[in-house]
Design a protein around this ligand. Structure first.
Ligand code: SAM
Length: 202
């Protein structure tokens, strides 16, 4: 019989060696006051550590851009802490999140009470070739392939003070891409292992 606690600990040690990740342990959990109901629950729990990440990384809170909005749960969470949030998504899903038709109108409606959120219906590839703005925080939660996470996340790390990546624990390709981005940009890779994993690069 395996001791699951020991297996998790051993995996953490291996990942530390393999990916240079530093285990992120928030010191403060703050639940944002304004959240939305979402058809997807994958991001639920992470809203409580956003404030801790902001304090820990020492970033400003003027602007954030999110790649991968879906129904808007994480976008709404970010909008509690950042003055302006831009959400970029094709709004038709992908092979990991699922294909659900065009949800742009549904997501816009979910976020109608957040005047500080701007939604852009676009592929991240088109957005990053035309935008050269910088942000206090970039959130990457698109299709979870190595190549897409690397391309989008590298742009994020080069255009923000702090970049966060969802699903580092549930998709090894995401974790590998995050580790490579941190190495390439000379930044540190902190990893929060709960809620499917959140990589924090700054
Ligand atoms: C996992 S969901 C995002 C979930 C959201 N962050 C949350 O938890 O509230 C992934 C989203 O990425 C979007 N997506 C996939 N590939 C994309 C691309 N190339 N450009 C922009 N968005 C993309 C999908 O349409 C989908 O809505």
């Amino acid at each position: 019989m395996f001791n699951t606690g020991l297996v998790t600990k051993a995996k953490g040690i291996l990942d530390k060696i393999r990916y240079g990740e530093i285990n992120y342990k928030p010191t403060k959990l703050v639940t944002p006051t304004r959240l939305i109901q979402s058809r997807s629950q994958a991001w639920v729990g992470l809203e409580k550590i956003l404030f801790d990440i902001i304090e820990f990384s020492g970033i400003k809170t003027n602007s954030a851009v999110e790649f991968g909005v879906e129904f808007g749960y994480s976008t709404a969470a970010l909008a509690n802490f950042f003055k302006q949030v831009t959400g970029v998504d094709i709004f038709t899903g992908d092979e990991h999140a699922g294909h659900y038709g065009d949800i742009y109108a549904e997501t816009s409606n979910n976020l109608k009470d957040f005047p500080n959120i701007t939604l852009i219906k676009a592929d991240y590839k088109d957005y990053i070739t035309s935008a050269n703005d910088t942000f206090d925080l970039v959130h990457v939660d698109i299709i979870h392939t190595y190549d897409d996470t690397y391309a989008c996340g590298l742009w994020g790390a080069q255009h923000s003070s702090c970049t966060i990546f969802h699903d580092t624990q549930s998709y090894p390709d995401v974790k590998r891409a995050v580790a490579d981005i941190a190495k390439k940009t000379n930044k540190k890779f902190y990893n929060y292992r709960k809620c499917n994993g959140l990589g924090i690069v700054f």
